[in-house]
Design a protein around this ligand. Structure first.
Ligand code: MN3
Length: 198
């Protein structure tokens, strides 16, 4: 398979005021597109041609850094657009909420720890709600890495590369992360991934 860039699942101005049209234009149309194009070029002639994106991400990790970085970021961004929605945040579907309380203490504690993971990721990377061995945990990864390569399933991820927040928040990464958990998260999509991972 080759990588393709899907349209955003909402209008470019739909996530305001928490994420602006300008951010989404740059982030989706330029950054994500670059991962798609570079990934396709680096995929050519490798053993990974014809494999699924998930197989490429897992298989190229530690073996083909160029391909991994771009395939990983393509995977992360495909989900990232769906991890947000207009008027997001809010109520978490029941089963998932129960599991968050069971494994992570409370919804409030989850939010605090998720934001702290994003703030604590030095440089570029991602913070995650990860499902692994029947348990939820909060993790973080550098650059294009994600929980797949550590045997987990990424249920929710937030991009903490500066391109994701610098236009709207400048250096205030914590404010971006708080806005993400309180106003942007598409919990229905997270719950869908959780039910598939069970
Ligand atoms: Mn990004």
């Amino acid at each position: 398979m080759s990588f393709t860039l899907p349209d955003l699942p909402y209008a470019y101005d739909a996530l305001g005021p928490y994420m602006s049209r300008e951010t989404l234009e740059y982030h989706h149309d330029k950054h994500h597109l670059a991962y798609v194009n570079n990934g396709n070029n680096l995929l050519k002639g490798t053993e990974f041609e014809g494999k699924s994106l998930e197989e490429i991400v897992k298989g190229s990790y530690g073996k083909n850094a160029g391909l991994f970085n771009n395939a990983g970021q393509h995977y992360n961004h495909l989900h990232f657009w769906n991890w947000m929605k207009p008027n997001g945040g809010g109520a978490i579907p029941g089963e998932l909420e129960k599991k968050i309380i069971e494994d992570l203490g409370s919804v409030e504690k989850f939010k605090e720890d998720f934001v702290a993971a994003g703030v604590g990721q030095f440089g570029s990377g991602w913070a995650w709600l990860t499902f692994k061995d029947g348990k939820l945990s909060i993790t973080k990864t550098p650059n294009g890495e994600n929980p797949l390569v550590h045997g987990g399933v990424p249920l929710l991820g937030v991009d903490v590369w500066e391109h994701s927040y610098y236009i709207d928040y400048r250096n205030r990464r914590p404010d971006y992360l708080k806005a993400f958990v309180d106003h942007l998260v598409n919990w229905d999509y997270v719950a869908e991934l959780y039910s598939k991972a069970l």
